[in-house]
Design a protein around this ligand. Structure first.
Ligand code: BES
Ligand code: ZN
Ligand code: ZN
Length: 483
């Protein structure tokens, strides 16, 4: 689908379909041509409500207000509605005259048109080829065409990066192994400024990454540590290092997951996919920062050589870990990857992981948990998430929870001794692998809730959502203005 903007007024654009957002519930707007029909159909114009009037080719979508995320949701709803028709072209007027709303509209259209069809033998064709946005009112508001064009391109890159991550996450674990993940990372080197290094188990052994290696032990697929780098053309202002949990499958290991909980664990690579997509997006946006994405890619499986509860592992930084539950594997992989990441001397260090079911219990399935010591950084991320339409909430550390990770036999246990506060204790486990000088530069994002969607909501289809991609790209974009 090709999205175009034009300076023509809506009336002067010729398309088969027309999209109209309903903000005024009394249906008073020049673009609303079917007031009586809407009333007769009992259409209320509520948020996420849409109606298709086939005879005249009109799609009316409820839109509570003109805030960017409301526009995104309405745009996605319009595309989903048009998907059922044979219309090849559609048009829409611009409702609010700033570049943010133009970006949101485009993000909504691109996110809403995502479909994962890799495994379907028959697919419904998507007929809509052209979508024209009338930017008539932008002229009146003196927004230059260049500004508008920039907003459009940025929105495209952000939404496409999220969709790119979704494809990775949705792919079945049989097809998506650590080696496949490494190959996809390698392909990103076609983007200017991006290089990629792939490390195998020999390197992990040399680096003494005993925690990461233990998780991989019972898998027939070898592990990969993926290190993507983007160096901007202009002198870099900051070095930002992202670390992602890339569990291409999490069966729980010997502490095996019950069947119902194992389904969807192909999505345990969501943190890894997200950090790759962030790097891709940042490089395409040509942001002026040096960015690294480090992914610990492995499966967590069972077998005669599986790592066991009672095993003692030694991580890259020399700390010993008592394994009490092999299903708390993400933190083991991340521990070694975080040690590796700090060797790069980052100015900012952000890890992303589908780390705990406890985070979903705490915040619900729509919200990412943000943890760390730096309140300013947390606040910046909160702002960026809000701009992007993603939901985040902060979970605070405290000294008592920290004590629950004590082990009688090793430096630390891989699980807490209490069943409560599991998202925070997982983050506090990672904290053991963050050196003092990086404590204030580090944020941990637990995306276990929003990464994978059972029942569609907003502009998210069921399946992978690309959680974390948009908020971090917005955050990086904001950093340009800050320093
Ligand atoms: N990958 C899971 C966490 C998860 C749960 C992600 C639900 C997405 C949805 C993680 O590896 C895990 O199993 N964590 C355990 C930790 C526990 C053993 C301390 C959990 O959350 O139950
Ligand atoms: Zn697990
Ligand atoms: Zn896991």
């Amino acid at each position: 689908m090709n999205i175009k903007t034009t300076n023509e007024t809506l009336e002067n654009i010729n398309t088969q379909a027309v999209i109209v957002f309903i903000v005024d519930k009394n249906f008073n707007h020049v673009w609303i041509k079917h007031k009586k029909a809407l009333e007769a159909a009992n259409f209320k114009g509520e948020s996420e409500e849409a109606i298709l009037l086939l005879e005249d080719g009109y799609v009316y979508v409820g839109c509570a207000n003109l805030q960017p995320d409301e526009l995104r949701i309405a745009a996605a709803k319009a595309i989903k509605t048009l998907r059922q028709t044979s219309y090849k072209s559609a048009k829409i007027g611009s409702y609010i005259e700033d570049t943010h709303s133009m970006g949101a509209l485009i993000e909504g259209f691109v996110l809403g048109s995502y479909e994962f069809t890799k495994y379907k033998s028959k697919t419904e064709p998507f007929n809509l080829e052209e979508l024209i946005i009338s930017a008539d009112s932008y002229n009146q508001n003196k927004i230059s065409l260049e500004e508008l064009q920039n907003a459009k391109e940025t929105a495209y890159i952000i939404a496409n990066a999220a969709n790119w991550a979704k494809d990775i996450i949705n792919t079945a674990p049989y097809d998506y192994t650590p080696i496949q993940m490494a190959q996809d990372a390698q392909k990103l080197t076609s983007v200017e400024g991006v290089t990629c290094r792939i490390f195998d188990e020999k390197f992990l052994q040399e680096q003494k990454m005993g925690a990461f290696l233990a998780v991989n032990r019972a898998s027939v697929h070898p592990p990969r540590l993926i290190h993507l780098t983007y160096i901007p053309k202009e002198k870099s202002k900051k070095r930002v290092v992202f670390v992602g949990k890339g569990l291409t499958y999490d069966s729980g290991g010997l502490s095996l997951k019950p069947s119902d909980y194992m389904v969807s664990m192909k999505a345990d690579k969501s943190g890894g996919a997200a950090v790759m997509a962030i790097l891709k997006g940042a490089a395409e946006l040509k942001l002026p920062f040096e960015i690294h994405a480090i992914i610990g890619a492995t499966e967590n499986m069972i077998g005669g050589n599986a790592y066991k509860p009672d095993d003692i592992l030694t991580a890259k930084n020399g700390k010993t870990i008592e394994v009490r539950n092999t299903d708390a594997e993400g933190r083991l992989v991340l521990a070694d990857c975080l040690c590796y990441a700090q060797e790069l001397q980052p100015d900012l260090l952000i890890d992303m992981a589908t780390l705990t079911g406890a985070c979903v219990v705490a915040l619900g399935e729509y919200t990412t948990g943000v943890m760390g010591y730096n309140d300013k950084l947390k606040h910046e991320l909160y702002r960026a998430a809000t701009q992007s339409g993603e939901l985040v909430n902060s979970l605070s550390f405290n000294r008592y929870l920290k004590k629950l990770l004590k082990s009688n036999i090793a430096d630390i246990s891989n699980i807490s001794s209490s069943r409560y506060g599991g998202a925070i204790t997982a983050a506090l486990f990672l904290d053991n692998f963050i050196e003092e000088s990086f404590k204030d530069k580090w944020l941990h994002l637990d995306i276990a809730g929003p990464a994978y969607i059972e029942k569609e909501w907003g502009y998210n289809q069921s399946g992978a959502s690309g959680a974390g991609v948009r908020m971090n790209l917005y955050w990086l974009i904001n950093q340009q203005g800050d320093k």
